[in-house]
Design a protein around this ligand. Structure first.
Ligand SMILES: Cc1cc2nc3c(=O)[nH]c(=O)nc-3n(C[C@H](O)[C@H](O)[C@H](O)COP(=O)(O)OP(=O)(O)OC[C@H]3O[C@@H](n4cnc5c(N)ncnc54)[C@H](O)[C@@H]3O)c2cc1C
Length: 447
C-alpha cells in the first residue's frame, strides 16, 4: 500500500471512528479512517446463521435525536424495523420473571419487591444526593433500599456495562447520567418522570439487515476514506505533524502523514499506541478495567412477550446477566408490510444471552461448547423454555469502575485527540455526540 497524506487520521473504524469521519468530512476536512479488521463497525455487527440475523453487540436503537438524524441522512429510514410499541422488560429473581414497573401504580403491584421493600421507597426523597467517593451500589441502596437495588436498578444499570455496581463510583459513571437528567436529590421522582416520557420517544428499532446496516452504510458513504485491514501499529511526531504506521511484522508497513490524529479504539488497544508519545496517558488508560462477556445466541420455539430480562444481583450462582428476546420486537408479524416479512422471519425464535462480566470473570475463559451449554441450561432455568445454541461470540466493554477514578481531561500532545467509548458516554448516542463536538473543535464552522 503506498503511503498517504490527510488532515486527520482516525484510528479505528467502529461507530466512534466512522461518526468522527463523517462529521469532519461534512466540514470539508480530509480524513482517513484506519480500521484493523476486514469490516467496519467494531462491536456493532450482525452475523447470519441458520437463516437468522444475530446481533453481536447492540441489539437495537431508538431512532430519535442524533441517532434518528443519522438514520435519515444515510437514507436508512425505510430499512428500519420498529418494535410494535413499548414492550415490557423483566427481572429474574427467585424462580420468577417480574415485570419492571414503569409507573407508580405498577410499582405498587410489582412482585419484585416485598411490601417492606415498597414502603422503603417512600423514604427516598428524604435521603441525601450522591456523596463524594460513593459507589453506585452504596448510593442506590442508601436511596432505594437493598431490595430495589438488587432486583430493579442494580441489574438494569450494572447490566449496561456487565459491571458490578459495588465497584463503580458514582462520580465516574452514574453521576453523568444523573447530571444529564437533572437528578438532584430525589432519584425516584426523576425515574418516574423518565418513565412517563418513555411513551413519547420512538419505540426500539433495528434495520432489516440488522444493526450492521448502520456502520456499513456510514463506511459506504465515506468510500475510500475508510481503509480496511489497516491496523495502526505506531504513532510518532514528524515535522510538526504525525506519522501513523500501519502494519509491520509479517505484513508490509505503510504510513499515513497527518496534521492530526484521533484515537477511537478500546483503551487496551489505545494504550500501546500512546506509550511513546503520551506515556502518562498510556499508563492511565492501560489500567482501565474492561469486562469480558460471552454472547450466546439461542433458538427457542416459544416467543416470550417482552424485550428481555436482566438477572437480579441476588442470583449469585447464575452466570447469565441478561437475555434479549429478539423475536417479540422484530420477529414474525402477519400484519407487517410484505417487504418486512422476510426480515422479521430472520429473527424468529432468536434470544441473545449475555454471560460473565464483573464477578463472573471465569466465564469468559470457557471453551465455546461449555459456554453454549451453560447459556442453554440457564436460559431454561430463567424462562422455563428449552433452547439450542447457534452462535457463541465474545465482547469486552469498558467497566466504568474504580479504575476510572479521577479520569478527567487527558493531557495529550498537540494534534493528538481521543474519541472513544472509554472516554465519554459509551452508548451509540454518546458516540455520535462526542464525534460531533470533537469535529466542531477540530474544524470549526466558518463564522
Ligand atoms: C454487547 C454490547 C451491547 C451494547 N448495546 C448497546 C445498546 O443497546 N445501545 C447503545 O447505545 N450502545 C450499546 N453498546 C455500546 C456501543 O455499541 C459501543 O459503545 C460503540 O459501538 C463503540 O464503538 P467504538 O467505535 O467506540 O468502539 P468499537 O466498536 O470497539 O470499535 C473500535 C474499532 O477499532 C478497531 N481497532 C482496534 N485496534 C485498532 C488499531 N490498532 N488500528 C486500527 N483499528 C483498530 C477495531 O477493529 C474496531 O473496529 C453495546 C456494546 C456492546 C459490546
Amino acid at each position: 500500500m503506498p503511503d498517504a497524506r490527510t488532515d486527520v487520521a482516525i484510528v479505528g473504524g467502529g461507530l466512534s471512528g466512522l461518526a468522527l469521519g463523517r462529521a469532519l468530512s461534512a466540514r470539508g476536512t480530509e480524513v482517513l479512517v484506519l480500521e484493523a479488521s476486514d469490516r467496519p463497525g467494531g462491536v456493532t455487527w450482525t452475523e447470519a446463521r441458520e437463516g437468522r440475523l444475530l446481533e453481536l453487540g447492540p441489539q437495537r436503537i431508538r431512532p430519535s435525536g442524533a441517532v434518528g438524524e443519522l438514520v435519515e441522512e444515510l437514507g436508512l429510514g425505510d430499512e428500519l424495523l420498529l418494535s410494535p410499541g413499548e414492550l415490557p422488560l423483566f427481572v429474574y429473581r427467585d424462580g420468577c420473571l417480574g415485570e419492571v414497573p414503569l409507573s407508580a401504580r405498577a410499582l405498587l403491584r410489582t412482585e419484585l419487591l416485598s411490601t417492606a421493600g415498597k414502603l422503603r421507597l417512600l423514604a427516598e426523597p428524604l435521603t441525601r444526593g450522591a456523596l463524594p467517593g460513593e459507589t453506585v451500589a452504596h448510593y442506590l441502596t442508601r436511596k432505594l433500599g437493598r431490595e430495589a437495588y438488587e432486583n430493579l436498578v442494580g441489574p438494569l444499570y450494572g447490566g449496561l456495562y456487565g459491571s458490578n455496581p459495588s465497584e463503580m463510583l458514582v462520580e465516574a459513571s452514574l453521576g453523568h447520567v444523573l447530571r444529564r437528567f437533572g437528578v438532584g436529590r430525589s432519584l425516584g421522582l426523576a425515574v418516574l418522570g423518565l418513565a412517563r416520557r418513555r411513551g413519547r420517544v420512538p419505540p426500539p428499532a433495528t434495520f432489516r439487515e440488522g444493526m450492521a446496516a448502520l456502520p456499513r452504510s456510514m463506511a459506504r458513504a465515506l468510500g475510500d476514506r475508510v481503509r480496511l485491514q489497516a491496523r495502526v501499529t505506531a504513532l510518532a511526531r514528524e515535522n510538526g505533524g504525525w506519522r501513523v504506521t500501519i502494519g509491520g511484522g509479517s505484513a508490509p508497513a505503510w504510513a499515513v502523514r497527518a496534521d492530526r490524529v484521533a484515537v477511537t479504539v478500546p483503551a487496551p488497544e489505545a494504550a500501546p499506541l500512546l506509550r511513546e508519545v503520551a506515556p502518562e496517558v498510556a499508563r492511565h488508560i492501560g489500567a482501565l478495567t474492561y469486562n469480558r462477556l460471552v454472547v450466546v445466541h439461542l433458538l427457542a420455539d416459544r416467543v416470550l412477550p417482552g424485550l428481555g430480562c436482566q438477572v437480579s444481583l441476588a442470583e449469585r450462582d447464575l452466570a447469565t446477566r441478561g437475555l434479549t428476546w429478539n423475536a417479540p420486537a422484530f420477529g414474525p408479524d402477519p400484519e407487517a408490510p410484505k417487504r418486512e416479512r422476510e426480515a422479521r422471519a430472520a429473527r424468529e425464535g432468536v434470544y441473545t444471552a449475555f454471560l460473565g462480566g464483573a464477578g463472573r470473570e471465569e466465564v469468559a475463559d470457557l471453551e465455546e461448547e461449555a459456554a453454549a451449554g451453560l447459556a442453554t441450561d440457564e436460559f431454561a432455568r430463567i424462562t422455563g423454555e428449552p433452547a439450542r445454541p447457534i452462535l457463541v461470540s465474545r465482547v469486552w466493554m469498558p467497566a466504568w469502575d474504580r479504575t476510572w477514578k479521577g479520569a478527567g481531561a487527558l493531557d495529550l500532545p498537540r494534534g493528538l485527540t481521543v474519541c472513544a467509548a472509554w472516554s465519554e458516554r459509551p452508548g451509540i448516542p454518546g458516540r455520535l455526540s462526542q464525534a460531533a463536538r470533537l469535529a466542531e473543535r477540530l474544524a470549526p464552522a466558518a463564522p
